[in-house]
Design a protein around this ligand. Structure first.
Ligand code: AMP
Length: 291
């Protein structure tokens, strides 16, 4: 595995690979790898002739009061993980090379970016869409792999790829969880022992909502109330940022739960802001392409 820092070097290599008819699979990440990242890398390894993993803590997607400076980093360990998972290139650009002084072009998908996480993280998805568009131009991927944990990100990027005619297939990968149900996240290290003990109840609350739907409840408000009741009882340290029951494709809030409904949430737990989601209706989640 080669570690590449220069955007131009990555682009030249990938253009050459593509001209040779090779299928490039891209996995964009911010590093500090866990099994969720590894699952994306392994899926990319299966799908591509060449695998490019990018590791870039993208300043453009962090708000001024967010954790850009303290975001966990461990390049040495990450490089070993990416190599082990089959990456051909680990792309680790410098922020100044991705955003030189004269940088002035942004990719924005306002309709899908404004609600859910966009409410408390204005500008976040503009930063994500812009950096992923740049990575697509640099790595020339035939396919790119993203986790369903960041469901809104996936929806935004799919819209972007469709709107801009980007010839890359976006592949959604299932959420990888700890044994107790907590969705893996690089930010889980921010949790204190007490917070970590409560954290699995985030997902357990979502599961309680899903069980209600499977027993016949179709009223979104009632399901949201049940999830909040569960959290109030089991996750007292958590402060809800949002809980929304939405159409998984449009992210529009639902009042009635039919075949396609997603409960998505963000909850602050100490220094960590945890996000998670669950499909509420049985059979609503085709494995490969949920949208
Ligand atoms: P990050 O490094 O947190 O920006 O995440 C990079 C990619 O890994 C994104 O596509 C995430 O959705 C995905 N990802 C993060 N956590 C998980 C998880 N627990 N399971 C599956 N994918 C994940």
């Amino acid at each position: 595995m080669q570690i590449v820092t220069e955007p131009k070097t990555l682009q030249q290599t990938c253009l050459r690979w593509r001209a040779d008819g090779l299928r490039i699979a891209l996995v964009p990440t911010m590093g500090y790898y866990h099994a969720g990242h590894e699952s994306l890398m392994r899926a990319a390894r299966e799908a591509g002739d060449k695998v490019v993993v990018s590791l870039f803590v993208n300043p453009a997607q962090f708000g001024p009061a967010e954790d850009l400076a303290s975001y966990p980093r461990d390049l040495e360990r990450d490089a070993a993980t990416a190599k082990e998972a089959g990456a051909d290139i680990l792309f680790v650009p410098r922020p100044d090379d991705m955003y030189p002084e004269a940088f002035g072009t942004w990719v924005d998908v306002p309709d899908l970016s404004s609600h859910l996480c966009g409410q408390s993280r204005p500008g976040h998805f503009r930063g994500v869409a812009t950096v992923v568009a740049k990575l697509f131009m640099l790595a020339q991927p035939a396919c790119a792999f993203f986790g369903m944990k960041d469901w809104q990100q996936l929806a935004v990027l799919r819209r972007m790829a469709a709107d801009l005619n980007i010839p890359c297939e976006l592949v959604a990968c299932p959420i990888v969880r700890e044994a107790d149900g907590l969705a893996m996240s690089s930010r889980n290290i921010y949790l204190s022992v007490e917070e970590r003990a409560q954290a699995p109840h985030l997902y357990k609350g979502l599961q309680a909502g899903r069980e209600l739907v499977l027993r016949g409840e179709t009223n979104a408000e009632a399901v949201a109330r049940a999830i909040r009741d569960y959290w109030r009882a089991h996750l007292p340290l958590g402060v809800e940022d949002y809980l929304s029951i939405v159409d998984p494709a449009t992210l529009q809030p639902l009042t009635h739960i039919g075949l396609k409904a997603l409960a998505a949430c963000a909850v602050r737990l100490g220094k960590a802001r945890l996000i998670d989601n669950i499909f509420l209706a049985e059979g609503a989640r085709p494995a490969a392409d949920p949208l």
